[in-house]
Ligand binder design. Structure first.
Ligand SMILES: [Zn+2]
Length: 147
């Protein structure tokens, strides 16, 4: 059986083939950092400061795939907060000789405030990670045409 393959089909296949591996990873990371839907890359994740859309306004995928889905974002948020504090505290104390009391108060303020500022990105990064490891159908590459 012979399948007719037009030039347009070949271009479409090439675009699909290019959107794998490393390129897909960087695309998903970019979408996460821009707080965009990991599947289509266009729909915004948030409609308020801490309020997410239930579904993507553009492609309609459900962001919270199952109850408790976003618990995973806590690992990202807590992990980055802890990492920054664990590196910055001894660095400021021993290298730059920052007095202990203001350093302690500054660290306390940091570990309370930073997770609030990072909340949106930690959820977005979690969504991107989940899409990377367990893709939902309909993911579009950077340059693919809309269906
Ligand atoms: Zn979308």
């Amino acid at each position: 059986m012979t399948v007719a393959c037009t030039l347009q089909d070949r271009v479409r296949h090439a675009e699909r083939d290019d959107y794998t591996g490393e390129m897909r990873f960087w695309t998903l990371l970019k979408r996460s950092l821009l707080l965009r839907c990991p599947v289509c890359g266009e729909g915004p994740l948030f409609c308020g400061l801490f309020v997410m859309h239930e579904r993507c306004p553009t492609c309609g995928i459900k962001f919270e795939r199952e109850p408790g889905f976003f618990l995973g974002s806590i690992y990202i948020n807590y992990g980055l907060t802890s990492l920054i504090a664990a590196v910055a505290y001894p660095l400021l104390l021993f290298r730059y000789r920052v007095p202990e009391t203001p350093l302690m108060l500054g660290s306390l303020a940091f570990i309370l405030v930073f997770p609030l500022f990072f909340f949106r990105h930690s959820r977005s990064l979690w969504l991107g990670f989940d899409q990377w490891r367990d893709p939902q159908e309909g993911e579009r590459g950077e340059h693919s045409q809309r269906p």
